[in-house]
Design a protein around this ligand. Sequence first.
Ligand code: SAM
Ligand code: SF4
Length: 475
Amino acid sequence: MASGLPKINTEGLTSFIPEDKITELLQNKNTDKGRVREIIAKSLAKNRLNPDEMAVLLNAEDPEIIAEIKEGARNLKKTVYGNRIVLFAPLYVGNECINNCTYCGFRKSNLDVVRKTLTMKELEKEVRTLESRGHKRLILVYGEHPMYDADFIHDTVKKVYETKEGKGEIRRVNINAAPFDVEGFRKIKSAGIGTFQVFQETYHQETYRQVHPSGLKADYLWRLYSFDRAMEAGIDDVGMGALIGLYDHKFEALAMLYHTIHLEEKFGVGPHTISFPRIEPAIGTDYANHPPYQTSDADFMKMIAVIRLAVPYTGMILTAREPVALRNEAISYGVSQIDAGSDIGVGAYAREDEVSSDKKSQFVLSDNRSLDEVIGQLCDADFLPSFCTGCYRLGRTGEHFMEFAIPGFVKKFCTPNAILTLTEYLLDYASPSTREKGLRAIERELAAIPDANPLKQQLLQKLEQVKSGKRDLFF
Ligand code: SAM
Ligand code: SF4
């Protein structure tokens, strides 16, 4: 049975997060420049860092050393991944919740939030609205509630894939929901999901206990082993995360490395993506206005650069919780996916009822630009926005790893697919000014591919096909 809430069973499980060891590593403030350079070089030579090495980078306080760390992250991003940035939108399906996470606007005890679960009709309207703006990749988000069982999630994913508006379609659906048992994960996988995200929130057990006082989420180990169950169910792409502000951000960053190592050792593959959302204000949620471990922008940016170097083959996500300038800087350090044109109120895209979106939202967003604005500005800043779903569609899981490890992979697949999907967007949805900026970006990218490269001819042919109305072409 995949219906109802999963039956929690953590018998025989123990934590693989060595809290004392992490605390000890973070106490060693002896950051020698030579050692930092060796560690950066190890990462640039395409190796994952070990916890003691990551701790050295996290502990760096000398501005010159921090500048070198950021330069290292920038180099890695430039030389391996190029200037692509993948765009997606969040779609909140329902905000009912049985848990009481102290930081979240959806928690059960919050009477200020207006509860809402989309009907299939309403979900369809949300999807049509997003498609008519040009989105191709969504993440569906759910509270934790018996209504949102594996069958329900499966059916909502199917509905999203079936819904098509004009030339629009959603080509990859990722999920952020409570973790399931193996059977539940199997059911959800069968709907054709991309990544399943579960954020541990905090890896520090005592803090975890305090901020998750009741509900299924109160069980630390059940959540810590979510990806073990997901992978056992055949979900290869999992999205890890820590909510920054609950406990020391350096502890969380190192714990995510230990989590990565656990998955690598057990399943031969780490997480598909890593997220590090900072706590934002939320309706009726005083805790979120004063998180105990507020992380400054400077510390946050350093952490992002360090994560890039520590797990060089993992996708990194930074959402519209963060303001525009900070997001732009983070992209240059290796953030590979951002959301755009986001509204996180349940039913907010189609705006069919009178309740304002912020009364149905989990927290407040800082970047409120439309998808069109984001694309125009990214192109102006020499980035290449992408809606590519090629790897996922061709069953090439572990795409970040391939981008990283297979020589020429980015040039052969990722850049051409970014150009093709951006062209679709420019033709079908862009404002005149964004179209102009986008076409300039594409010219720039094409000019960088030598004429003698046979791939260029194939790409130009595919581009002609897109211009004459063909859609969804990829390498
Ligand atoms: N209910 C599921 C769960 O808790 O796993 C789905 C995820 S919840 C809807 C999405 C994520 O939002 C949480 O995992 C948490 O990290 C984040 N979140 C919760 N409250 C937040 C806040 N006030 N500011 C920023 N992010 C928050
Ligand atoms: Fe519910 Fe998730 Fe919010 Fe916790 S974070 S209250 S589980 S929606």
